[in-house]
Design a protein around this ligand. Structure first.
Ligand code: MSP
Length: 652
C-alpha cells in the first residue's frame, strides 16, 4: 500500500487555537481522508511550537514557568483537534525531549558538512522585554526601549544553497504550489540569500546546542524539524521505523506567510544534512475577518468550537472547503456560513437523503428496489461516472471548492430527476409499468445519493456516515474506495436505515446570534487559559524618593466628563471635554479609546492633572491628563470617583 504523509505547521502556543489554525488542520485532515479513500496508508502530523522569547514572555505574564504554560496551551490545541474530530496521527511538541534528539542530529550533520559557523549577530533589542525584536516591532515600540545589540551566534550557510535550491524548483515545479507562491519563492532566492542565525545566547527557553550549551536553537531550525521528529528521526529511525516508512513527507501544508521557511530554509537544512527533501510545500491563503488576517493583536479572531456547536463539524468543514478557493484568501462570516449550511447541506444533500429514505420506506417497504425494466434514468449513471472521475481529479489537485461543485451538480440533477418522474404519482397509479418505473426511479435516486455520499465522506464525514447508514450500508463510509466507486454498487433488497434528519435546517439570525454568544464565552475561557491565575508576586517600588513639596507641585482635581468623541484616524485617542469647576470645560486627549467608548465616558468622574503643560497630539491641544493604572493586561484602568465626589476637589 503506498504511504502518504502530510503535515500542518506546528502552532505557536502564545495564542489560543482559533479558526485560522483550524482551517489548516481541517484541510490537512480532509486531504488525509481523501488519500486514505484512494488506497494510501495516510498519516497526518501536527504539533505545537513552544520555544522562544514570545512564549517565555507569555508564560511569565501568566505567572507560569514556560513548561507549565506550554503544557497547558499545547493541550488546548490537542483537545481542539479532538473535539473537531480531526484525525491527527502524530502531535509533536518542540519541548518534547525526543524532538531535541532530532534537532541535534540534523545540526550535527550540517556541522559535519561545514554548513554551520559561529559569527556575530546584530539586531534591535527591546530593553524592557529583554528580547530581540523585528524592525517592524522596533518601529512601533517606545524608542527609548530599543537598542542595538551584537551577540555571537551560530549561523547556517544559507547563501551556499542558492543554486541548489533554484535547481530544485526548476527540476520539480510541483515542489512549491500554487504557482504564484513558487514564483515568489524563486524571486526571493534569485535575489540572493543571507546566512541565517540559528542560535541565541540571550534566550533560555529552547534546546541547547550540543557543542555549546550556552546557546539554544532559535526558531526555525528547531520548529521545522518536528516534521521528522514526529516520526522518530533521531530516536528510532532505523530499518522498520515510522521514519523510514514515512519520510520524505509528501506535503507540507502551510499558510502563505510561512512558505519561505518551508520552501527555502527547510530544503537547505536537509540538503546540508544530506537527508531526503519533502516532496511538496503547498501554501494556502488566509481567512479574513473584519477586513484583515485574524490575529491576536488585532483582536479580530473567530474560534472554531462555537461554530461547531451550532452548525456541527460538517457545517464548518463544508463552508471552509466550499466557500474559500483553496490557495486564495477568503472572507469569513458567520452569516455566510449558516446560509451555505442551509442551502447546500440542509436543503441540498440533507433534504435529498430524507426524501429518498422516506420514499423507500413508504413505497418499497424500506428496501432498495431493483432497477430492472426500461425507464429513463435521467442521464444519472453517466453523469455520476463523470462526477466520480472529476471529483477525484480535483481532490488530487486540492481544488476542493470545484470538486464540491461537481458533486452538487449530481445532487441537483438527482433532485430534478425526482421532480420529473414524480414517484408519488407512479405509486398511486397502481399498474405494473408504473411500479417498474417507480422502483427504477427510486433505485437511481438512492444510487446517485450513495455515490455523492462516498465522494463527500472526506469533507463532511459525520453526515456522510449518517446517509450511508440511512441507505442501509454497513461499516464505515470512510472505508470505501473513491477510485473503485462505480454506478450500480447499491444492492437491491438492502434494508434501509431508520429515517433521521441529517442536517436540520437552521434559523440564520438565531444561529449567528448563538455563535456570537458562544464566541464571547470561548473568548473568556481562552483568556483564562492564556492568562491563568498569576502567582501573586510582591512588587518592589524602586522609584527615587521625593519631598512633599515635589508632590504638591502636581495639581490633581476631580473632574467630570461632559462630552467625549473618538479622535479621527487614531485608534487610541478619545477627545474629552472635562469640567473641573472652571468657567469653561477643558479639552483633554486621553489614550484610552481601545478600552473605553465615548458613551462610557460621559458623566464619569475622573482624576485630572490640571497643571500639566498643554501638549499637542494629533493636531489637537490637550489641556490635562487623566490618571489611569496600567495593569498586567496592558490596558488603562481609569481612576474614577463616585457621583457625589465634588467637582474641582483637589487630590492630595
Ligand atoms: N509556529 C509557526 C509555524 C512553524 S511550522 C514548522 C507558525 N505558527 S502560527 O500558529 O502562527 O500559524 C500556523 C498556521 O496557522 C499558519 O501557517 C496558517 O496555516 C494558520 N493560520 C493562522 N492564522 C490564519 C488565518 N487567519 N487564516 C488561515 N490560516 C491561518 O507560523
Amino acid at each position: 500500500m503506498p504511504k502518504f504523509y502530510i503535515s500542518t505547521p506546528i502552532y505557536y502556543v502564545n495564542a489560543a487555537p482559533h479558526i485560522g489554525h483550524a482551517y489548516t488542520t481541517i484541510v490537512a485532515d480532509t486531504i488525509k481522508r481523501i488519500r486514505r479513500m484512494l488506497g494510501d496508508d495516510a498519516y497526518l502530523t501536527t504539533g505545537s511550537d513552544e520555544h522562544g522569547q514570545k512564549v517565555e514572555r507569555s508564560a511569565s505574564a501568566a505567572g507560569l514557568e514556560p513548561q507549565q504554560f506550554t503544557d497547558r496551551v499545547s493541550q488546548a490545541f490537542r483537545a481542539e483537534w479532538d473535539e473537531l474530530g480531526l484525525e491527527c496521527d502524530f502531535f509533536r511538541r518542540t519541548s518534547d525531549p525526543r524532538h531535541a534528539l532530532a534537532v541535534r542530529k540534523i545540526f550535527e550533520r550540517c556541522m559535519a558538512n561545514g554548513a554551520i559557523y559561529k559569527g556575530t549577530y546584530t539586531g534591535k533589542y527591546h530593553l524592557g522585554d529583554e528580547a530581540f525584536v523585528t524592525d517592524e516591532e522596533a518601529a512601533s515600540a517606545d524608542p527609548e526601549m530599543i537598542t542595538t545589540v551584537t551577540e555571537e551566534n551560530y549561523f547556517f550557510r544559507l547563501s551556499a544553497f542558492q543554486d541548489k535550491l533554484l535547481e530544485l524548483y526548476e527540476s520539480q515545479p510541483e515542489f512549491v504550489q500554487p504557482d504564484a507562491r513558487r514564483n515568489e519563492v524563486m524571486a526571493f532566492v534569485r535575489a540572493g540569500l543571507n546566512d541565517l542565525s540559528i542560535s541565541r545566547s540571550t534566550l533560555r527557553w529552547g534546546i541547547p546546542l550540543p557543542n555549546d550549551p550556552e546557546h539554544v536553537f532559535y526558531v526555525w531550525f528547531d520548529a521545522l524539524t518536528t516534521y521528522m521528529s514526529a516520526v522518530g528521526f533521531g530516536e528510532h529511525d532505523g530499518p522498520g521505523s515510522d521514519y523510514e516508512r514515512l519520510w520524505p513527507i509528501d506535503v507540507h501544508l502551510v499558510g502563505k506567510e510561512i512558505v519561505r521557511f518551508h520552501a527555502v530554509y527547510w530544503p537547505a537544512f536537509l540538503m546540508a544534512a544530506e537527508l531526503p527533501l519533502p516532496k511538496q510545500v503547498w501554501a494556502h491563503g488566509w481567512l479574513i475577518f473584519q477586513g484583515g488576517k485574524m490575529s491576536k493583536t488585532k483582536g479580530n479572531i473567530v474560534r472554531a468550537l462555537p461554530i461547531k456547536r451550532v452548525v456541527g463539524v460538517d457545517g464548518l468543514r463544508y463552508y471552509l472547503l466550499r466557500e474559500i478557493v483553496f490557495g486564495q484568501d477568503g472572507n469569513f462570516s458567520h452569516e455566510a456560513l449558516t446560509v451555505r449550511y442551509n442551502a447546500d447541506l440542509a436543503n441540498g444533500i440533507g433534504n435529498l437523503a430524507s426524501r429518498t429514505s422516506s420514499m423507500l420506506a413508504r413505497y418499497c417497504d424500506g428496501k432498495v428496489p431493483e432497477a430492472v425494466g426500461g425507464t429513463d434514468s435521467g442521464g444519472l449513471p453517466p453523469l455520476a461516472e463523470i462526477c466520480i472521475g472529476e471529483a477525484i481529479e480535483l481532490y488530487r489537485k486540492f481544488a476542493f471548492s470545484k470538486a464540491l461543485e461537481t458533486v452538487w451538480s449530481l445532487l441537483a440533477r438527482t433532485d430534478k430527476y425526482i421532480v420529473e418522474h414524480k414517484p408519488w404519482e407512479l405509486a398511486r397509479a397502481d399498474d405494473s409499468d408504473s411500479r417498474i418505473q417507480l422502483e427504477a426511479t427510486l433505485y437511481n435516486t438512492a444510487e446517485a445519493l450513495r455515490i455523492a455520499c462516498v465522494l463527500l465522506a472526506p469533507v463532511i464525514p459525520a453526515g456522510a456516515q449518517r446517509i450511508w447508514e440511512l441507505l442501509g450500508q454497513s461499516g464505515a463510509v470512510a472505508e470505501q474506495r473513491l477510485d473503485q466507486l462505480r454506478w450500480g454498487g447499491l444492492a437491491p433488497g438492502t434494508a434501509v436505515g431508520a429515517q433521521a434528519a441529517v442536517y436540520p435546517r437552521l434559523d440564520v439570525a438565531k444561529s449567528v446570534e448563538s455563535m456570537e454568544e458562544l464566541e464571547a464565552e470561548a473568548l473568556a475561557e481562552q483568556a483564562q487559559l492564556m492568562g491563568g491565575t498569576p502567582a501573586p508576586q510582591a512588587i518592589a517600588i524602586d522609584t527615587p524618593e521625593i519631598e512633599i513639596g515635589d508632590f504638591a507641585k502636581v495639581d490633581m482635581r476631580v473632574g467630570v466628563v461632559r462630552a467625549a468623541e473618538r479622535v479621527k484616524k487614531s485608534r487610541k485617542l478619545l477627545q474629552l471635554s472635562v469640567d473641573i469647576g472652571e468657567a469653561e470645560p477643558r479639552t483633554v486627549l486621553a489614550g484610552i479609546a481601545e478600552k473605553y467608548g465615548p458613551d462610557e465616558m460621559v458623566g464619569r468622574r475622573i482624576a485630572v492633572v490640571a497643571n500639566l503643560k498643554p501638549r499637542k497630539m494629533m493636531g489637537q491641544l490637550s489641556q490635562g491628563m487623566l490618571i489611569a493604572a496600567t495593569l498586567q493586561d496592558g490596558e488603562p484602568h481609569l481612576a474614577d470617583f463616585p457621583a457625589e465626589a465634588p467637582i474641582g476637589a483637589r487630590l492630595g
